[in-house]
Design a protein around this ligand. Sequence first.
Ligand code: PEP
Length: 255
Amino acid sequence: MDKKRRPLLAANWKMYKTLSEMEKYLSSFLGLVAGIDDRDIMLAPNYTCLNRMVELLNGSNVKVAAQNMFYQDEGAFTGEISPKMLLDMGINTVIVGHSERRHIFHEDDELINQKIRSAISHEMKPIFCIGETLEEREAGKTSRVLEYQIRLGLKGLQNKDVPKIVVAYEPVWAIGTGKTASLEQIQEAHRLVRDMVGELAGEDIAEKLRILYGGSVKPANVKDIMSLDDVDGALVGGASLEPESFAKIVRFEEN
Ligand code: PEP
């Protein structure tokens, strides 16, 4: 499948897997994706697995990302982890603004913007998650919500930094629910996001931006989703927890 931008398939393991479960996963996953070099493959495990995973993936075609970070380098921020600490481990990609961070841990657009700016100033790549709730979609507010999240998320960034970000469009009602957005809904939202970024930063820059889809992606639907013009990859939760299933997603394979 020819894509305009290099595809990125990223696994968000959320709060799953111990160290030994992670090692067992990698011992099978690495073989299943060996030799794939035309797309980026990334795993975002919990913090306790990060360091060991970096060691185990050294020299492979699979990269490591963190699921979250704070925006300061150090200080009295109990329970937080900083960009400096992630970089020290060799990790330069971080998921920012996941809907579970927004809704369970009350992160707002301003905090998310600070994290994005911090990531960029540290030469890290943020995977910036946006998406509407079911209530917002049913009230016809999807485009307004996405525009608001994009405007605030990218506030203060220079245009040249925008393509360093990866946007993940994840309709909240499709995350972990088994409900995938329809192909029309996905393409429409991705086009909207690209057009908005085009208005803010210029069309050339928007054309370079990778926009991932997230929300109940699985082997059965990945090929159709990846065939959409403005979809450049996927952020995958539940279906990334088994190596066989995530490897099929990486390959855009149903079976
Ligand atoms: C996610 O956690 O970002 C996600 C998309 O989860 P799931 O694939 O389980 O819907």
